[in-house]
Every structure is written in structure tokens, then in C-alpha cells.
Design a protein around this ligand. Structure first.
Ligand code: GDP
Ligand code: MG
Length: 221
């Protein structure tokens, strides 16, 4: 699943990469882009749906999870649709779930090879800090809980989907805490991270909003 909002510069190449990496079904869940994202994604061979529940990335991810649950696939992969995430890193992780070692795999961008200037120092520091503090709540060390790279088994999606309420960028924080609270087996593996195409939708105001959620989850779990 690729959540998208105005990603016409990135989406075609990303879908091609995902096909090459071996993804069988590519679902773009679009947040009412005003550019050519949906048209380009369809032409590139993806299934494209519009998100429900309202505005924001969280609504997109929830719509994608619901769509996944209505089908028969065993594994759900989530990747950002902006060209920063490299699909082949996720397909390389499937043995971890196929062997039963993990129900959920997170791709850690802070531990993996990062293209120069793909993540500024402040974002890197805040990702590491929030990950460390939230991980400690569950007695584990994590390095990138706000990652866009997720691999989930059907069992994991079935378990957490009914409890996921996020509308915006706090979705990753919520996925993380609910997955750990459900005592699913979680593995974290380094993944590559590239410079974005187009422009970020994670504005300063939305960053502050996410900080609020980080404190909220730190206080309540
Ligand atoms: N479906 C959907 N996707 C969104 C929305 N907002 C952002 N995204 C996607 O979520 C991913 C992460 O957003 P991005 O702008 O790259 O944030 P950043 O990675 O934190 O800078 C990208 O693939 C965006 O296109 C939204 O409202 N709906
Ligand atoms: Mg991004």
C-alpha cells in the first residue's frame, strides 16, 4: 500500500520499482490529490482508491488496511509514496515473517543507508529520541518508530485495525504502540532512505501536532 497526496513526481518510478521488487498487488490510497497522481499510478499498473474517514495520512493508511482485510493476501506492506522508500528493502524482509519470526517488521531509516540530505539532523534526532523513549515503555530499543516502512501479517492487521483511530501523521506512533501493546512479535531492520521528490506534506504545524501525540503516547502507555 502506498498512501499518496500529490506525488505525481514520484509515483510512476516507485510503482515500477515495486513491480521489479516482486510486489504482486500495488494499492495506491490517495488523499484526494489535486495533481496527476491517481492517473499516473493507474497507468503504471497500480490499483487506485480514494481514502475514507476524512483528511490526512492516517485516514489513507486505515482505508488501505480495510481494503487489505477485505482481500485474501497474507502480507501487507506499507511504503511512503514520495520516492524516499525503496521497495526492494521490504521484499527482502519477507523471510522474517514467512518463517514466523515476526508478525510485524519496521524498517529503520536511522540505522540504514541514507542518501545525503534525505533526513535533516533535527528530524533524525527527534526520530531517535521518540523511538528510544517509546521503545523503553515496552522494554525494547527501537530507532525509527515513525518510519513509513511497515510489513504486517494478516493476523497483525486483524488484531490492530479495529483500534486504530489516527487521521494524520500520528498514524505511525499509534501503529507502533498498539502493535506492541497487542504483544505481536516485532522486528526492526535497517532500510535505505532517499531524498524526496516533490514537496513534504509534513508541515511545521503538523510536526507540532505530532509532538503532542508523541507526548500523549509516552504519558499513556
Ligand atoms: N493518502 C494520503 N497520503 C498522504 C496524506 N498526506 C501525506 N500523505 C503521504 O504520506 C507519505 C509521507 O508524507 P510526506 O509528505 O513525505 O511526509 P514526511 O515523509 O514526513 O516528509 C507520502 O507518501 C505522502 O504522499 C494524506 O492526507 N492522505
Ligand atoms: Mg516523506
Amino acid at each position: 500500500m502506498l498512501p499518496t497526496l500529490n506525488e505525481e513526481e514520484a509515483i510512476e518510478e516507485l510503482i515500477t520499482e515495486a513491480h521489479i521488487a516482486g510486489f504482486r498487488k500495488i494499492l495506491v490510497v490517495d488523499g484526494f490529490s489535486t495533481d496527476q497522481t491517481r492517473e499516473i499510478a493507474k497507468k503504471a499498473g497500480a490499483s487506485v482508491i480514494l481514502q475514507d474517514f476524512g483528511k490526512g495520512k492516517g485516514c489513507g493508511v486505515r482505508t488501505g488496511m480495510r481494503e487489505f482485510l477485505s482481500g485474501t493476501a497474507e502480507l501487507l506492506c506499507i511504503l511512503d509514496g514520495d520516492g524516499t522508500n525503496v521497495p526492494s528493502f521490504l521484499t527482502a524482509l519477507t523471510p522474517l515473517v514467512n518463517s514466523g519470526e515476526a508478525d510485524v517488521v519496521l524498517g529503520s531509516r536511522t540505522r540504514g543507508p541514507r542518501e545525503k540530505d534525505s533526513m535533516d539532523l533535527l528530524t533524525l534526532a527527534s526520530n531517535l529520541t521518540v523511538s528510544f523513549l517509546l521503545g523503553m515503555k515496552f522494554g525494547r530499543i527501537f530507532t525509527d518508530v515513525q518510519t513509513g516502512y511497515w510489513l504486517l501479517t494478516r493476523r497483525a492487521v486483524e488484531e490492530i485495525y479495529p483500534n486504530i483511530k489516527s487521521t494524520g501523521f500520528e498514524i505511525e506512533l499509534e501503529l507502533f504502540v498498539k502493535i506492541l501493546k497487542a504483544r505481536l512479535n516485532v522486528a526492526e531492520v535497517p532500510v535505505g532512505f532517499r531524498c524526496r521528490k516533490g514537496f513534504t506534506k509534513f508541515s511545521f504545524a503538523l510536526r507540532i501536532r505530532n509532538l503532542y501525540y508523541a507526548f500523549k503516547y509516552l504519558a499513556s502507555y
